[in-house]
Design a binder for this molecule. Structure first.
Ligand code: MLT
Length: 270
């Protein structure tokens, strides 16, 4: 069974407005937080929440501010640091110490920000379909184009340009439809704030050697956004990190092949 709870996050001076976050819990055992990608919400983890990992961990799929059941707070920019402070508040509220932290793509950027800023809250890291580098100039220009598309033409137009890049070419059509539903459900203001935050995020490559938490890096065999070879090289920079590839998946490995992905993560979360 999945239980939904609300967690209030207080405003911090200058940085961030207060937020009411929806979190979705399943299972039992030590706390593990799951952080979704752009511009999605906790529903990308639905099959994972219902799968075998819930026998080993209390899984907590967070709706980042402005996504899913967490309303947009009026922020013009969603920085990865701000999202990380929200995740820290969730761990502080639900946990009795550090948590296993798992993030996909944008969620991975958030996990890396949390590991840098509050390492005492991170028992272990799962970085799936993500990277440590900042945007290149070309990627920043692409974000600008995406802002224009979503503001002027709407979320369906943004989805039309994005969906084929998110999954492996032979992904089940129902999975793609699930992604479309999620993407089109997020507030436009929030999508714009995400895109600005993604554009501004810092390069964390230099911090990888300082990660002390046990880390698993998971790639999708056909990931066109964060390719497996790039992720293998990124994993090598984290002391002792394990690296695994989920066959047949694109950028959305846990949604495309939840059983195979959960097996890989389950062998890490013993
Ligand atoms: C995501 O899935 O979160 C995005 O691909 C992140 C990004 O565009 O950098």
């Amino acid at each position: 069974m999945i239980e939904t709870r609300r967690i209030d996050v207080a405003a911090t001076a200058a940085h961030q407005r207060s937020a009411r976050l929806a979190v979705h819990l399943a299972g039992a055992g030590p706390l593990a937080v799951l952080v979704h990608g752009f511009p999605l919400d906790h529903r990308m983890w639905t099959d994972v929440l219902h799968g075998p990992l819930a026998q080993r961990r209390t899984l907590c799929a967070i709706d980042l501010r402005g996504h899913g059941g967490s309303p947009w707070c009026g922020d013009d920019v969603h920085t990865m640091q701000q999202f990380a402070r929200d995740v820290a508040a969730v761990i502080g509220t639900l946990g009795d110490g550090p948590a296993d932290v798992c993030g996909l793509s944008m969620g991975g950027y958030v996990a890396l920000a949390l590991a840098a800023e509050a390492p005492q809250l991170v028992r272990s890291l799962v970085l799936t379909n993500t990277r440590a580098t900042a945007d290149t100039d070309t990627q920043r220009a692409g974000r600008e184009q995406a802002i224009t598309t979503v503001v002027q033409e709407g979320r369906a137009a943004l989805a039309a340009g994005m969906l084929s890049k998110l999954t492996a070419p032979d992904c089940e059509p129902l999975r793609v439809a699930q992604l479309r539903t999620m993407l089109e459900a997020q507030p436009t203001e929030s999508i714009v704030a995400d895109l600005r935050g993604l554009q501004q995020r810092p390069d964390r490559t230099g911090e990888l050697t300082a990660i002390a938490a046990e880390t698993l890096v998971v790639a999708g065999e056909h990931d066109a956004i964060t390719p497996a070879d790039e992720m293998r090289a990124f994993a090598r920079q984290i002391p002792g990190a394990r690296f695994e590839i989920v066959s047949g998946t694109g950028h959305m490995s846990p949604l495309e092949q939840p059983h195979a992905w959960s097996e890989v993560v389950g062998s890490f979360w013993r």
